[in-house]
Structures are given as structure tokens and as C-alpha cells.
Design a protein around this ligand. Structure first.
Ligand code: ADP
Length: 463
């Protein structure tokens, strides 16, 4: 460029020497800004020589004792130094801003990854891979003093520190330090040491390392607090369910017990009763004790399902065969309703045959119980979204929309006329728990006065 400028001004464009000097000054400034001090200095000297030789009074010889030469060289050098300094500072600030932006992105990415996990074991397993992903480090070691635990990501062998060295560093390191491209960050709970994080192969600023340590500690504390909270809530919920259950059972037991007590007291009265009255009271006692018996066994079954104490054997089962079995169980109830079964050939389901028969029996019994004599009950099956879906439909009284979710609660009985009211209100709660244990769903669609369709899904048996 210098040669070009000199050639142009010397051979073709003859302007005064000040214009040439300014052009050369611009060149020096450009080089200082673009390539830094070294190039600008060398060019300054070359420019002074060329200017002196070709343009200064156009003597075509080199003079050293002319004060203008010294002024020239001083101007060129000053421009070179100031220009390069300024541009270097801009470059440094740009690089600094980019580095800070990169580090902020690292912190943001890390906080997003760490705040997604809500239980401590999976969080501890996720920390090292998450840091590795966002910092693009070669290896990460997260060491926790509690239980001498190590969680690694990447090539852990590059971090040649044994547990004793790690423990010592975790206990004594006051603040993050970087030793040969390996960042060592102490982790703390308050002021107490918690562990150490080693990041190999990246250079991050001390503030970012501090922030990473803070983020890790905060996310572990958060997951721990969430776990404690969930545990506390689960204990509270289980306690609430237990007392609800006891309340409901006591309430439900009282009705048959009162009836039995009344019948027995009447039978024991000194005045003799005729045979028919005696039979009637004994029938009450008989039916109410059956009801008591069913109530107690269903309550026990529900409690076992709640606490997952029920042992289910999942095996391939034909839903058609289970429907047949359930129909045989409730044949005595079905005399007055026509039952239509529309069951195409379906793949085998993965189910505990005994429990699913129980669910089907309950749904068919309910359909018979809550629909008028002579109305049909339809049982159908189909394959939908990879699950076998079974429906039991009736043309009965239907269920009010507001009660459709409540009927699956234990002991809840919708407002049914008294002659159909025999029941415990546990059947659907048990059925839903059984279907959910099979990873299926039990739901109802119903219109008051038109009928109801209860449907449940079961997974297809795969090999
Ligand atoms: P139970 O039949 O012993 O009362 P369930 O848990 O089987 O208990 O049913 C709960 C309530 O749901 C019943 O009391 C009834 O009001 C309503 N229900 C169940 N099935 C039907 C149905 N097919 N048609 C109308 N109502 C029904």
C-alpha cells in the first residue's frame, strides 16, 4: 500500500507535500487500527523515509538534519501508537463482551437444565453432563463430601485426583482457582463445605465459576426442599385419606348395624311374633350382615390397592373370554335385561385376569342395577391407539354431569332411588384403582335419563 501511494503521488498525481503527508498518515492510522502497533511502527518509519526522499522539497535525496523529518516521524509514530492503542482497546472490549456473553449463556443454559430436575438423585446425576454440555469441557467431576460421592462426565481419567485429594481440596479451597486449564470450584452450604466441582479444559472467569458453584448449591437445596415438601404432603395426604376412610367406614357400617340391631331387638321382645314377621326380621339380619361383610372386604381391598399391597400377575388374556366369565358371575342379576356382546377379534391384553373380571362384573352389575327392566346392556370392544378399549353401555337413568367424576370416589353414591340403592359406593373406586394399576384408564360418558357408557382401556400384550 505504501509503495502504491508513493508511486501514485510521485509519478502521476503531483500534489503538494502536505496532501501526501496526510495520505500517508491515514495509511498509518489504518494499519494501526487494523493490524496493530508492530505493522504501524514499521510502516511509519518506511513512510518517513519515502516521504523524506521523494516529496520533502522534492530533492530526491535523504536528509536527516531537516527538522521537518523529525516532525514527520513524530507525527507518524504518534498516530501509530495512539491508533493502535485505541483499536486494541476496542478489540479487547469486544472480546471481553463476547466472552461475558458466552459465560452468561453458559450460566443461563445451566440454570435451565438444573431447575428442570426435581429430585436429588437425578439432579446429582444430571449436573455433570449439564455442565459439560453448556461449557463444552473435556471432563467434569462433581465430588460431594457427604458419602464421598463422585459424579463424572466426559473423560474422568484426565482428572487425576483421588478421593483423599478431592476431600482435602473441598474442605480447604477458599475460592475457585484454575490450575493448568482445570477449574476447581468449592461448593458450600452457607459457610460449610459441601463438595468440589472440577471442570477440565475450559477457561472461565472467576465470577462465572463462583456463579456456577452458587447455581449448583441452590439447585441441590431446591430439589432437597421440594423432596421434603412432597414427602410431607404425601404423608399428610395419606393421613387425610386414612381418616376419611375410617370416617366413611364408620358411617357406612352404622346403617346395616342399626338395622341388624333393631331386627334382633324386636326378635328378642317378650311378645311373640308370628312366623312371617320373624322371617322378615331374619331376612333383614341376613341381608344386612351380607352387606356388612361386603363393605368390610371392599374397604380392605381398597386399602390394599392404595398401598400397592395387592399382587397382580400380568399375563396375556383374551378380553372376550373375560367378558364371558364376568357375565357368568352376574347371571342372576341379568335376567331382566338383554345383554348384547359385540366383541371383534382383538389382540390379547396384558392383564391380571381375575382383577379385570372383577372390574367387568362391577360395570355389568351397575348397568343392570341402575337401568330399568327390559332395557338392553351392550358390551363392546375395539382397538384404539394401540390399547384395547372395552365399553359397557346401558339405557338406564344416567348420571348427572356434576356427579360423573365423584362416582369414582370411594363411598360416593349418586342420588339413586331407594329400591336400587343397595351398594357400598366402593365398586367404581376399586375398579379405577385396578385399571390404573394396569396402566389403563376408566371413564364414563353419561346423559341423565338416557344412559351411561363406562369404558376402560388395557395395554395390548406384546410378546
Ligand atoms: P355402588 O354401585 O355400590 O353404589 P359404585 O362405586 O359401583 O357403587 O357406583 C357408584 C355410584 O355410581 C352408584 O351409586 C351410582 O349412583 C353410580 N353409577 C354407577 N354405575 C352406574 C350406571 N351404570 N348408571 C347410573 N349410575 C351409575
Amino acid at each position: 500500500m505504501l509503495t502504491g501511494i508513493v508511486a501514485v503521488f510521485h509519478l502521476w498525481v503531483h500534489l503538494n507535500s502536505t496532501t501526501v503527508a496526510l495520505t500517508l498518515l491515514l495509511l498509518v492510522l489504518f494499519l494501526a487500527a487494523r493490524w496493530g502497533l508492530r505493522y504501524a511502527l514499521a510502516t511509519s518509519i518506511a513512510a518517513t523515509v519515502a516521504y523524506n526522499y521523494y516529496f520533502l522539497r522534492r530533492l530526491e535525496r535523504f536528509t536527516i538534519n531537516d527538522p521537518q523529518v523529525w516532525l514527520n516521524i513524530f507525527a507518524f509514530l504518534t498516530v501509530a501508537v495512539v491508533g493502535s492503542r485505541l483499536s486494541e482497546r476496542v478489540r479487547e472490549e469486544g472480546a471481553d463482551a463476547r466472552r461475558r456473553q458466552g459465560e452468561l449463556e453458559v450460566l443461563y443454559g445451566l440454570s435451565r437444565q438444573l431447575l428442570q430436575t426435581e429430585n436429588v438423585p437425578s439432579l446429582l446425576n444430571a449436573i455433570s453432563p449439564a455442565i459439560m454440555l453448556v461449557t463444552r469441557a473435556d471432563a467434569i467431576v462433581l465430588y460431594l463430601l457427604d458419602g464421598d460421592r463422585r459424579y463424572m462426565a466426559g473423560d474422568g481419567s484426565v482428572i487425576q485426583l483421588d478421593d483423599i485429594a478431592l476431600r482435602q481440596l473441598a474442605e480447604t479451597l477458599p475460592s475457585p482457582e484454575t490450575v493448568t486449564k482445570q477449574a476447581r470450584i468449592p461448593l458450600r452450604v452457607g459457610v460449610r463445605p459441601r463438595g468440589l466441582l472440577l471442570i477440565n479444559g475450559v477457561s472461565l472467569s472467576a465470577e462465572t465459576l463462583e456463579a456456577i458453584a452458587g447455581l449448583i448449591s441452590a439447585s441441590i437445596d431446591r430439589a432437597q426442599a421440594l423432596e421434603d415438601l412432597t414427602r410431607g404432603e404425601a404423608a399428610k395426604e395419606s393421613e387425610r385419606l386414612r381418616s376419611l376412610m375410617i370416617d366413611s367406614i364408620t358411617h357406612e357400617l352404622r346403617t346395616p348395624l342399626t338395622a341388624i340391631k333393631a331386627a334382633a331387638s324386636t326378635l328378642l321382645l317378650p311378645e311373640p311374633l308370628d312366623h312371617e314377621q320373624q322371617q322378615e326380621l331374619l331376612t333383614v339380619i341376613n341381608e344386612e350382615s351380607d352387606r356388612l361383610n361386603q363393605l368390610v372386604s371392599e374397604a380392605v381391598e381398597m386399602a390394599q390397592l392404595d398401598t400397592q399391597e395387592v399382587h397382580m400377575t400380568f399375563a396375556p388374556a383374551s378380553i372376550g373370554a373375560l367378558v364371558e366369565k364376568a357375565l357368568a358371575h352376574c347371571s342372576s342379576l341379568l335376567n331382566e335385561n338383554e345383554v348384547k356382546v359385540d366383541m371383534p377379534t382383538l389382540p390379547a391384553v396384558k392383564a391380571d385376569a381375575e382383577y379385570i373380571t372383577k372390574v367387568l362384573t362391577n360395570l355389568i352389575e351397575n348397568a343392570a342395577k341402575y337401568s330399568p327392566v327390559g332395557t338392553p346392556i351392550c358390551i363392546s370392544g375395539e382397538l384404539r391407539d394401540g390399547m384395547v378399549s372395552v365399553s359397557v353401555a346401558d339405557r338406564g337413568m344416567g348420571i348427572d354431569l356434576s356427579e360423573q367424576s365423584l362416582i369414582f370416589e370411594r363411598f360416593y353414591r349418586a342420588n339413586v332411588p331407594s329400591q336400587q340403592s343397595w351398594g357400598t359406593g366402593m365398586g367404581l373406586a376399586i375398579s379405577r384403582a385396578i385399571i390404573e394399576a394396569h396402566h389403563g384408564m376408566l371413564s364414563v360418558t353419561s346423559h341423565l335419563g338416557e344412559g351411561s357408557v363406562f369404558s376402560f382401556t388395557l395395554p395390548v400384550y406384546e410378546g
